[in-house]
Design a binder for this molecule. Structure first.
Ligand SMILES: Cc1ncc(COP(=O)(O)O)c(C=O)c1O
Length: 442
């Protein structure tokens, strides 16, 4: 039945699942494996299944301006009906997107490359850093995730399973987690974590290895919604540059105004904190595959000596660029950054109240519409409440609210909903979470 009670969805969930098991690679991720959801429609902050049930989507930061936003659909259709070709031809949508993106960044970040996914963006960022620095080694963060292509998997400890997954050229520093991490409770965790990074650089130098890049998510997401403490990026970037490396900020999850106060999450660390390369993706196309690397002219030019040319079949095509331009229009016209700030703050306050009520909530952290709630069995030992989190996640789904779990212990509830999330949605979420936690706690 559709929303009006008409039998339009003739899809049989059982058959879809059977075909998926038969013909889709088994490692392909699936939510709720015991009883997967079949989603047939998206609308704003809601996802609708084949029976017409509406789920409040608290996960999907890709549908940034809202699922199936009509202006994005219209812009896409219009451009697709005119032209969709590669960026070897001049096109106004290509350069206007480049100019527009560049205008959101501090100087000297004003040159863009376009591609189709966050993985591709990070892969190019690594190539650029190696070309410019002449270095080989990369510093990454514990629990980081930077993408599914091999170069990105090698710098993504989140995906490592065996000791040999950790390559010699990759050096891992602690995630700057002020709740559970190595320097939790320290007076100046930003400095402490940055000093640890510098120690890694010294060890690397002793081994005669040369640094190419330090890559970090401006706010770590798969690692459990980690907000770096004040001063961390400033100090870490200083050490990296002193060793001849470049600083890459991965904004694939958190960019385009999600943090509310700024367009880019690295800007939370202060106006003087400027990465050398920034990678962006997911929300950029509101579901359409488009991503970008933003860097300086000097760094971009350094690739000219290594590659005859940069060509990406789909990257920068007029349809993708039109869509990304439209997404940026909507962020502005619908005041979505202001919404992320105010609704995000309201939601954080609600979660803080729940923390007072439910001992199982060990920590609440976040900024804008990027929030994490960490569940623990004991507030002192911080023993992760992993099984409880799993139960909670399934029960929330039964109440038509979709959240996700992540972090090294899978005990952090992640909230990164479409940016049109409302105060009413926040009330509903907090109420259901309260109920669900009450059942789990007792
Ligand atoms: C921080 C971060 N970087 C990069 C990626 C890879 O992006 P994509 O899946 O578009 O290749 C992801 C995907 O989840 C991500 O979270």
């Amino acid at each position: 039945m559709d929303l009006n009670g008409n039998a339009v969805y003739e899809l049989n969930k059982k058959d879809v699942l059977a075909l998926r098991i038969k013909h889709v690679g088994s490692p392909t991720a699936l939510y709720f494996r015991h009883d997967p959801l079949m989603i047939v429609k998206g609308e704003g902050q809601y996802l609708i299944d084949e029976k017409g049930n509406r789920y409040l989507d608290c996960i999907n930061n890709v549908a940034h301006v809202g699922h199936s936003h009509p202006k994005v659909t219209e812009a896409c259709n219009e451009q697709m009906s005119k032209l969709c070709t590669n960026s070897r031809y001049l096109h106004n949508t290509h350069v206007s997107l480049a100019e527009r993106l560049a205008n959101t960044f501090p100087n000297p970040l004003d040159v863009c490359f376009f591609m189709n996914s966050g993985s591709e963006a990070n892969d190019l960022a690594l190539t650029l850093a190696a070309a410019y620095s002449g270095g080989t080694d990369v510093i990454t963060m514990d629990s980081a995730y930077h993408g599914h292509v091999r170069s990105c998997l090698e710098i993504s400890p989140y995906k490592w399973r065996k000791p040999e997954d950790h390559k010699d050229y990759v050096h891992v520093v602690s995630a700057p987690d002020v709740y559970r991490g190595k320097y939790a409770g320290s007076e100046n965790p930003g400095l402490d974590y940055a000093n640890e990074l510098n120690q890694k650089i010294e060890i690397m130098k002793d081994k005669n290895r040369k640094l190419s890049a330090f890559i970090m998510e401006s706010l770590q997401s798969c690692g459990g919604q980690i907000i770096p403490p004040e001063g961390y990026m400033r100090e870490a970037f200083r050490y990296v540059r002193a060793a001849g490396g470049l600083c890459i900020a991965d904004e694939v999850q958190v960019g385009f105004g999600r943090v509310g106060s700024h367009y880019w999450a690295f800007q939370l660390q202060g106006p003087d904190v400027i990465p050398d390369i920034v990678t962006v993706g997911k929300p950029m196309g509101n579901g359409h595959p488009v991503s970008a690397v933003i860097t300086t002219k000097e760094i971009a030019d350094s690739l000219t000596n290594k590659l005859p040319s940069y060509f990406n079949t789909f990257g920068g095509n007029p349809v993708s660029c039109t869509i990304a331009n439209t997404v940026m229009d909507i962020i502005e016209n619908e005041n979505l950054m202001e919404n992320a700030s105010s609704v995000g703050k309201y939601l954080l306050e609600k979660f803080e109240l729940l923390k007072k009520k439910h001992k199982i909530i060990g920590d609440v952290r976040g900024v804008g519409l990027f929030i994490g709630v960490e569940l623990v069995r004991d507030e002192k030992t911080k023993e992760p409440a992993t099984e409880e989190a799993e139960v909670m996640y399934n029960r929330m789904r039964d109440r038509y609210i979709l959240v996700s779990l992540d972090g090294p212990f899978n005990n952090v509830m992640k909230f990164k909903p479409p940016m049109c999330f409302t105060y009413d949605n926040a009330d509903q979420l907090a109420e259901v979470l309260d109920d669900t936690l009450s059942q789990i706690s007792c």
